[in-house]
Design a protein around this ligand. Structure first.
Ligand SMILES: *Cc1c(COP(=O)(O)O)cnc(C)c1O
Length: 498
């Protein structure tokens, strides 16, 4: 049965999956939602016999109904191949009575790889379907990690090119190196003489610039967005929750229909929303526990029904969760008011005007599958150390937040339901914080030097993504000022036209 998409703000209906993937954001500023959440067509028994790629097909075919079987299988096989360092793609580690779902075995050793390795293929197939002749141009501003994950995903995918702006003084040396060594003839990265806000504002302006769009068009290009509100990122994230649950069932860790709780270290609310979708599709999930760091907007929201971003922004040791506006929450709001687009738009308007809104009691009731907690930096470090001392397993600072929140949850509620913790990055991505947490202090502040130390401590071999930093040569040298961003894009692409 065909599944169509609609904007959460009411301006668009009857949009096909491939149109939604290609556009990313609706013209009215809303997010695309499937008009219903489909049920999984297969049982847990059947899923237990499937590998990651087969599971991905079963989940994604329910949502991407205008993609043919061949097209979907092509996207899946291109995305989930040897670039992951384990055949399982998303393995579960049973540690101290919980299951860590390791989402960091892709190219950039963090969970964004799970979706960004397939999005480029979903987009190019969509472009073909929509008879788009132009090459797809992805423009992104990054504060560090997403830019690299997007470049790695799009590298050498025919029919695409990607250009990433990053603030030269606003990313760590490791993050910068990761981007500067990125291979692929279609990848470009520009160091911006400004901060992340300058980069983001500049990119947003380019997306709204009609003249710019026409100029690109005449050069044979069209802009598209790879950010986390694209349904082409959300849907692939449902897969690993279905896969994890099937593994638990297969290994006899859970019985048929036994509930499983899920804890997710949350920033933009994309990852935990995917868990919610998995539950709606029929996966026996119980509580979805939303874990925040010191920027605990979501914790306050689930506790009070009031979303308020008017507060100090705190830079923490779990930077990918340092977010005050969680864009994917709009999708849950939309569902919680019975798909009332007027209501959703009104709340979003309040958010952009005053930074604050309050939901109704019935919307709060609708969200009862979710609960929330937060851990500050000190609690996070203590938890990383505690897990390591008890079990020898080392987690990154994002997963540390989730584990600390889970520990509190279990103590408070006495809920001993089996639990999956989404493990969103390798500890090697944050060597300083992790070494500091387990060793008490660090003698060396050079992150590269700490990598060897981390290997000694953990006994886990240094992943390729880290080793290549000192082995590969720097390929990108472009820099520009904020007012030069448009010219930089144009000249980069006019020179490189094949
Ligand atoms: C992006 C990210 C998160 C937050 O995920 P959301 O889907 O934005 O909630 C958590 N941990 C890591 C390591 C990330 O990169």
């Amino acid at each position: 049965m065909e599944l169509l998409y609609e904007s959460t703000r009411g301006g668009e209906r009857n949009v096909t999956a491939s149109q939604a993937v290609l556009k990313g954001l609706a013209d009215d500023g809303g997010l695309y939602m499937p008009e219903r959440i489909p049920a999984l067509g297969v049982s847990l028994e059947e899923l237990a016999g499937m590998n990651y790629q087969e599971t991905a097909y079963e989940v994604m075919k329910q949502f991407l109904t205008d993609y043919t079987e061949d097209e979907l299988k092509y996207c899946i096989s291109k995305a989930y191949d040897e670039k992951f360092d384990t055949e399982e793609i998303a393995p579960l580690a049973k540690v101290g009575g919980v299951y860590f779902l390791e989402l960091f075995h892709g190219k950039t050793i963090a969970f964004k790889d799970m979706a960004l390795s397939i999005l480029p293929y979903l987009m190019t197939v969509a472009a073909k379907k929509q008879k788009v002749k132009n090459e797809i141009v992805i423009l992104t501003a990054t504060s560090g990690d997403t830019g690299k994950a997007a470049m790695a995903g799009f590298a050498d995918v025919p029919g695409t090119r990607i250009l990433v702006f990053y603030p030269r003084d606003g990313v760590s040396r490791i993050q910068e190196l990761q981007m500067l060594i990125q291979e692929g003839e279609n990848t470009f990265v520009v160091g911006l003489e400004g901060n992340f806000d300058d980069a983001q504002t500049g990119v947003k302006e380019l997306f709204h610039d009609k003249d710019f769009a026409r100029e690109l068009e005449s050069m044979g290009y069209q802009l598209s967005s790879a950010n986390s509100i694209n349904i082409g990122r959300l849907i692939p994230q449902i897969v690993y929750y279905v896969y994890a649950c099937a593994r638990l069932y297969q290994n006899g860790e859970i019985g048929k229909d036994e509930k499983v709780n899920v804890v997710v270290p949350t920033g933009n609310f994309g990852n935990i929303l995917a868990a919610y979708f998995a539950k709606q599709m029929g996966i026996p999930f119980g509580q979805l526990i939303c874990a925040s760091n010191d920027n605990k907007v979501l914790y306050d929201f689930f506790r009070t029904g009031i979303y308020d971003k008017n507060r100090e922004f705190i830079l923490t040791t779990s930077p990918s969760m340092d977010i005050l506006v969680s864009s994917n929450l709009e999708r849950l709001l939309y569902l919680s008011c019975g798909r009332d687009a007027k209501m959703t738009k009104a709340l979003m308007d309040q958010l952009s005007a005053g930074g604050c809104y309050e939901i109704t009691p019935s919307m709060r009731e609708f969200m009862k599958d979710f609960c929330s907690g937060y851990a500050n930096m000190k609690e996070n470090a203590a938890q990383i150390r505690h897990i390591f001392e008890d079990t020898g397993y080392l987690v990154d600072p994002h997963t540390g937040v989730a584990a600390a929140v889970y520990e509190d949850y279990r103590k408070e509620r006495g809920d001993n339901t089996k639990t999956i913790i989404a493990s969103t990055a390798s500890p090697y991505k944050f060597p300083k914080t992790v070494v500091e947490a387990v060793a008490g202090s660090v003698e060396d502040t050079d992150e590269m030097a700490l990598i060897g130390r981390l290997e000694e401590i953990s006994g886990v071999p240094v992943p390729e993504a880290v080793r290549e930093l000192s082995e590969k040569k720097i390929r990108h040298h472009l820099v520009c000022r904020p007012e030069e961003m448009k010219e930089t894009v144009k000249s980069t692409f006019s020179n490189k036209r094949k």
